[in-house]
Design a binder for this molecule. Structure first.
Ligand SMILES: [Fe+2]
Length: 582
């Protein structure tokens, strides 16, 4: 049975394809369209999934979408009756609903020569999130939690997963949302773009949690749940200008003027960051953690289970996730690599697979579900680009012996070079995990500044992350839960921090990726070669891009290499090196 899962008309539009309950391909539309968080109909991701599986739409039995207009219907009616929204807000909602009902029509328009004759399924947004976490996790039974902005009139859902079954025990409904809280305060702090919340998370350790009193006025904890003080928000009473139709998502301010009365004037993006902003960032993160643990602790107590699977945009809060084992009796945490809305595509597909009686036979233990490019495609590209490459004074060499390729690349990293590492299938989800990565030496205190000067030009407060050989994690970190997707931040052992300053955040933490010999042997070998040279079993890993979506195809990697000051590009077996001083 073939199932195509979609996340459409949300941020991070995406498609995923399952064959008999096993994931075959998954990718986010932003990688093909080259616009971050692209929202709209994922035509190119669908085309990729079909190509990868060698199928056409005519071969697909089911299409599952992570959205269902009829979900939480009674709640919507009750809300409309008791708190009538403005005509503008209502019109906005109905227009969104109409767009999403047009999926069959869109499919026909975008794929005119292929006829889909299967069945459409609309899966409630949070059920799709929960399925995307639990049904691909290694757990037979677990507490399951989804926390995000909004989807199908809810912002959070939780319950218990057992084998193929998902039992939802509670939800938080519109207009209350931890995702909206974090997004609104991110806007307030002068980071206006969709997905900028991670900047606040990175800024937080520089401040003190000195504003918990006002934070607790904004978010109020209730028995095992939370609500927003709506005085500080706008989303419930007026349409928030936004775009979900095509291109990068954009949102107007979600917070009301009352928030500025409470916390002082907002920071404009061009204004410098002050200690007050740092303290607010820390307090926002602390408030999120307080509410998150308030939500998940009772679930552990009630169920007695020690495994938890998380999804939803807030499940990308790797700092909070990394504290779960310390703050609760949960012992294992699973967050798949596309925990946000993109992941809803695989969740919708798995929900349908299991609803139709399919058994569990798949665990997502790696993120390499995107396109791969054969060696001849790379060779053709290099031939076509020969003059640009030589104009940039680069040498090109093929190294077919993998051990030699890894040894020489590791030596370059140890020598302070910045290396673009492009291998195999592209990662599913926002993190580069060793196939579309820029790698360099974690030992050098100046590496962050070098990377920012040469390529990234990002805010200096943001940390870089390490990729670590999995067997060595316990020697370097205070925790050792499985973290294949950089979804938990752990404290680095105090005595080790000075050895790896480039990947140690200001609070001594690191957002690690554990690298496994079985799921990415070539990347493992590269880090192993680096350890043989330096004694350090990790490299600094950042995404292969420059203020754009992570590169997908080799030509994008080569363009990024040539327009930045990266020293070396490894494209499969081909090594392109910039000559010294250029
Ligand atoms: Fe969501």
């Amino acid at each position: 049975m073939i199932i195509l899962g979609l996340n459409a008309f949300h941020g991070d539009s995406a498609a995923a394809l399952l064959r008999d309950g096993v994931l075959v391909a998954a990718a986010e539309e932003e990688r093909f369209r080259r616009l971050k968080h692209w929202a709209g109909f994922p035509t190119q991701s669908i085309a990729y999934c079909l190509r990868e599986a060698g199928l056409t739409l005519a071969d697909i039995d089911h299409i599952a979408v992570n959205q269902n207009n009829y979900a939480n219907w009674l709640r919507k009616i009750r809300y409309l009756v008791t708190k009538p929204p403005s005509i503008g807000l209502l019109r906005d909602r109905l227009a969104n609903r109409r767009r999403r009902m047009r999926l069959p029509e869109l499919l026909e328009k975008e794929f005119p020569s292929q006829r889909f004759a299967g069945k459409f399924h609309h899966i409630e947004h949070h059920l799709a999130h929960l399925s995307s976490a639990f049904h691909v996790s290694p757990f037979e039974q677990a507490v399951i939690v989804s926390v995000d902005g909004f989807g199908d009139f809810a912002s959070a859902a939780w319950g218990v997963g057992h084998d193929t079954d998902i039992k939802i025990e509670g939800r938080v409904h519109f207009p209350h949302s931890l995702g909206i809280f974090y997004q609104a305060l991110t806007q307030y702090l002068g980071f206006p773009h969709y997905g900028d919340e991670y900047k606040v998370m990175g800024l937080a350790p520089y401040g003190m949690p000195s504003l918990m009193h006002p934070m607790r006025q904004i978010v109020r904890l209730q028995k095992g749940s939370f609500e927003l003080n709506l005085e500080y928000f706008r989303h419930h009473r007026e349409p928030i200008a936004h775009q979900w139709m095509s291109g990068s998502p954009e949102f107007a301010d979600l917070f009301s003027p009352a928030l500025e009365h409470l916390l002082g004037a907002r920071r404009r993006p061009e204004e410098p960051l002050t200690d007050r902003h740092r303290d607010i960032a820390r307090s926002v993160q602390a408030m999120y953690e307080e509410a998150f643990f308030h939500l998940i602790e009772p679930l552990q107590r009630r169920s007695g289970l020690t495994d938890v699977a998380l999804a939803g945009g807030c499940a990308m809060n790797s700092v909070a996730n990394g504290k779960i084992r310390r703050a609760t009796p949960f012992r294992r945490v699973y967050v798949q690599s596309a925990a946000g809305d993109a992941g809803g595509g695989i969740g919708a597909a798995f929900a349908v697979w299991h609803a139709l009686g399919g058994a569990r036979s798949f665990v997502m233990d790696h993120a390499y579900w995107g396109p791969e490019f054969p060696r001849d495609k790379v060779a053709t590209l290099l031939a076509a680009q020969r003059s640009r490459i030589s104009a940039a004074a680069c040498a090109v060499e093929e190294i077919l012996d993998e051990a030699e390729l890894c040894r020489r690349t590791a030596a370059a990293i140890a020598d302070g070079k910045v290396v673009g590492w492009f291998q195999g299938r592209m990662e599913w989800g926002p993190r580069a995990l060793g196939n579309r990565s820029i790698v360099c030496d974690p030992r050098r205190a100046d590496m962050k500044a070098i990377l920012n000067a040469k390529i990234k030009r990002r805010e200096s407060f943001r940390p870089f992350a390490p990729s670590v050989l999995e067997e060595t994690v316990r020697d370097w970190f205070e925790e050792d839960d499985a973290v294949p997707f950089m979804m938990q931040v752990f404290q680095i052992r105090e005595e080790k921090r000075s050895a790896i300053p480039a990947v140690t955040h200001v609070d001594g933490s690191g957002r690690l990726q554990m690298v496994s010999r079985t799921t990415n042997p070539r990347y493992y070998r590269l880090i192993e070669a680096f350890r043989e040279l330096t004694g350090i079993p990790m490299v600094l890993n950042t995404s292969f891009n420059e203020n754009e979506p992570v590169v997908c195809a080799p030509d994008e990697a080569l363009d990024c290499f040539l327009r930045t000051k990266m020293d070396i590009l490894v494209l499969g077996d081909i090594v392109i090196s910039r000559k010294e001083g250029r």
